[in-house]
Design a protein around this ligand. Structure first.
Ligand code: PMT
Length: 407
């Protein structure tokens, strides 16, 4: 990657000390880094530290350097803006378009991709105001990295911890690469994400732990690479991405109807959703109640259609079909054997194999996958779900039908 002019905005949270690691990695990767801290950030990290690590002067004051119109010059020159940590206050200001400090002006004056790494207490992250602000930023194409789940300042823990510097740097550079790469321009891409829910009665369902993070990352990555994206969204626990046609579904049968319609004529279909193999044979119209004297309840389930296999075994000339395999198998060799079996059984063109379990695959921000084709292992990817999404698209893009070359 060529040398980029990168602005690193640092805002006032305890995670500001970790932003030094972000600056350092970007500088070591050969980029020209300009740090724009807020006043709050400088209460946590000193300006001399930031100047020494970034190897550039650090500006804070909106009214310094007026002659060189610094309040817009920094943003205009940027190839990428990374804000880490991004506090709830800064996220609210960005969503509202406020420019009451140098960082706010820099962001508003820039056309560069923006990547933010939120960091705050769990209550603040889950607050509806923050959630709405994050959704607004996402809608505008801002890439949100994290937050991770873990120990926060003090004794509490939960979602809100800033992602590690290497994850932020990888996601930020991947974002620039993706913006530069328009290899899906003119392509129509369909992605399924999330987990289906099969109702038992008006208040209960059979579901799974898929958050939708991996599928949403694929949709975002495809859109960033120029595709027109339809996202079939099954009960997402994350905000749906901006710029995509979103079709909300809940059950496997609804997902089947939506994806079958959207897949017609699509260049690429990626089935990242976790789909229930079974559903209750009947749905009670009223809440199922305990019966006096019973010591259990037996549910009768019936098979759901295998949607991917249905698409894979129907003629799908011109549509590249990418499935996933979620396996709990511990042995790597056996995991790949299971993946290869699934690739064939489902008639997919590519299969992304990931190990899942109590602490792997589902709901996390990172993933580790092996991408299989009929020839065998095509690629392995490990890292943020966004970087994995790009690896999948890197393998898929050159295999898209040639008759519809991007135009
Ligand atoms: O959403 P996250 O929290 O980010 O987690 C991501 C993930 C672990 C859910 C994702 O990476 C993943 O593995 N998705 C596929 C989950 C799954 O249903 O795997 P499976 O091995 O049971 O199914 C294989 C393939 O067949 C999948 O592409 C699935 O979408 C599809 N399928 C499965 C059952 C069914 N009845 N119809 C299907 O089309």
């Amino acid at each position: 990657m060529s040398r980029l002019n990168i602005v690193v905005g640092i805002t006032g949270g305890i995670a500001a000390y970790k932003a030094v690691g972000v600056v350092r990695s970007l500088v070591l990767a050969g980029h020209d880094v300009h740090v724009v801290p807020t006043d709050g950030a400088l209460r946590f990290v000193g300006r001399p530290t930031l100047e020494a690590i970034s190897r550039n002067p650090v500006h804070v004051d909106l009214y310094e350097g007026v002659a060189e119109v610094r309040h817009v010059a920094i943003g205009q020159a940027a190839d990428l803006i990374v804000i880490a940590p991004a506090t709830a206050n800064t996220i609210a200001k960005l969503a509202a378009g406020l420019a009451d400090d140098l960082l706010g002006n820099t962001v508003l004056a820039s056309e560069a991709p923006i990547v933010i790494a939120p960091a705050m207490h769990t209550e603040m992250w889950l607050n509806p105001a923050t959630a709405a602000n994050v959704a607004t930023l996402r809608e505008r194409g801002v890439t949100i990295v994290g937050p991770a789940v873990g120990q926060l300042t003090g004794t509490d823990s939960g979602p809100g911890r800033m992602e590690e510097p290497d994850v932020i740097v990888a996601a930020a550079l991947a974002r620039v690469e993706a913006s530069a790469r328009r290899d899906l321009a003119g392509r129509r891409v369909v992605v399924t994400a999330g987990g289906t829910r099969e109702p038992l009665d008006p208040v209960r369902f059979l579901g799974n732990r898929s958050s939708g993070k991996q599928g949403v990352a694929i949709a975002e990555a495809a859109r960033a690479r120029g595709a027109q994206v339809t996202l079939i969204a099954a009960n997402l626990e994350v905000a749906s991405p901006g710029g995509c046609d979103i079709r909300e579904v809940s059950t496997a049968l609804e997902l089947q109807a939506a994806v079958t319609e959207a897949a017609s004529g699509a260049d690429l279909v990626v089935m990242a959703a976790a789909v229930a193999d079974y559903r209750p044979a009947s749905i009670s119209e009223s809440k199922i109640k305990k019966q006096p004297g019973d010591d259990g309840l037996t549910l009768e389930l019936v098979r759901n259609p295998d949607i991917l296999a249905g698409l894979g075994h129907a003629p799908h000339d011109g549509t590249l079909l990418v499935g996933f395999a979620a396996e709990t198998e511990a042995d790597d060799e056996r995991l790949l054997e299971l993946g290869a079996g699934k690739l064939e059984a489902k008639g997919a063109d590519l299969l992304v194999v990931n190990r899942v379990g109590w602490t792997e695959g589902f709901a996390r921000d990172d993933n580790r996958v092996v991408i299989l084709g009929n020839e065998g292992v095509l690629a392995r990817a490990i890292g943020s779900k966004m970087s994995v999404a790009h690896e999948i698209l890197d393998v898929a893009a050159p295999r898209l039908r040639e008759t519809h070359e991007p135009g």
